[in-house]
Design a protein around this ligand. Sequence first.
Ligand SMILES: Cc1cc2nc3c(=O)[nH]c(=O)nc-3n(C[C@H](O)[C@H](O)[C@H](O)COP(=O)(O)OP(=O)(O)OC[C@H]3O[C@@H](n4cnc5c(N)ncnc54)[C@H](O)[C@@H]3O)c2cc1C
Length: 360
Amino acid sequence: MKSLKENFQKAQVVIIGSGIIGKFNALELSELGFQVTIIDPAQQQNSSNAALGLLMGNMYQKRRGRSWDLRKQSIELWPQWITFLQKFNCELNIEKPLIQLTTDEEKFKKLEKFVYENNDQNLRILERDSIFIKNINKAFQETNIKGMISFKDGRINPFSLLQTLDQYLKHKKVNYLREEIIKIRKSNNQWISTTGNNENIKSDMVILCNSLKAIDLIGSLSHNIKLKPVLGQAIEIEINDEEVDLLSLPKQFNINGKNIIPISNNKLIIGSTDEYSTKPEENTFEKLTNFLDKKPNWLMKGKISKKWFGIRSRPDGEPSPIMKNLEDGLIICTGFYKNGILLAPACSKWVTNEVKNYLY
Ligand SMILES: Cc1cc2nc3c(=O)[nH]c(=O)nc-3n(C[C@H](O)[C@H](O)[C@H](O)COP(=O)(O)OP(=O)(O)OC[C@H]3O[C@@H](n4cnc5c(N)ncnc54)[C@H](O)[C@@H]3O)c2cc1C
């Protein structure tokens, strides 16, 4: 009798979309022995490449329900995947801790309540005089910043992560087609994915990981799924002030909803992820740097040295993300309008179980 792995080797799985979700699914499925093909015409221009890579797991305040379950699973899975992926890139790591700050007294009270109720040693309240934010207060010329630190959350460099996944997928000889899929249909128990060049790719299963565009492919199959585009923007700012050393700040932190990542002594990245439009606006600098009542001079005089954005998909009428078995052999993983990097391991675990259940 053939082993389960030998059987898997025969099963063909097509993954449409090669953002973090598509690539992570490909990683786990090919590790199990499935024959995986990833199809994407533009793997560099997706929202995964725009992400900042913050993994906000333990600091998530709603500690029950599906959203928390997915986070919890991912928090547990990430260290195992990091160890695995370090075989391909020994520098891949999660930089910890993660700090969430506010100048709003009400929000701070909520954070306090959350930390005290959870009684988790890895979460602590940061008062104004905490050493963790001493340099932030100094640099931002504020006296009112306080918040919470999570020693188990952190950041993975998304660029490095995506590159490492590519190395792994190449090593596993995963097929990669630079094509757009314009149609999928089922014929004689097989799925046929048709490319823009009219090429038909047959597979036992199709996994839709193509974010907003997944709807175009399932529309005719009449599944009632709706998605809205959500813009996320980030800028790299270069400052010219010898008084401020940005490397004296924590490696990653969030103030009043803006994510901040110092990358050198005079450059930092600021990102925001929840704007309900599809086109980046002209005044990005203003929008991303107005997180305090009064901007410090060095920030006011800073210059944008890079600017980028990504469009994610947000489910309309149901919670994020959408991970569903649409019909025999067709799975959808979309609607990761936030936290797609964080949730990728939990998603791939779910997909793998569904694929195994369907094929065997
Ligand atoms: C500025 C910004 C900051 C962010 N910061 C964080 C963060 O700190 N932490 C975090 O966890 N998340 C963050 N996110 C969110 C994260 O980027 C997303 O949740 C995640 O990238 C979603 O991944 P995805 O694979 O679903 O989609 P995508 O990365 O958008 O990939 C979808 C892919 O599908 C392909 N595709 C589309 N149509 C077709 C078709 N017909 N045929 C073939 N391929 C197709 C596209 O080319 C694309 O490559 C951030 C996002 C932005 C924009």
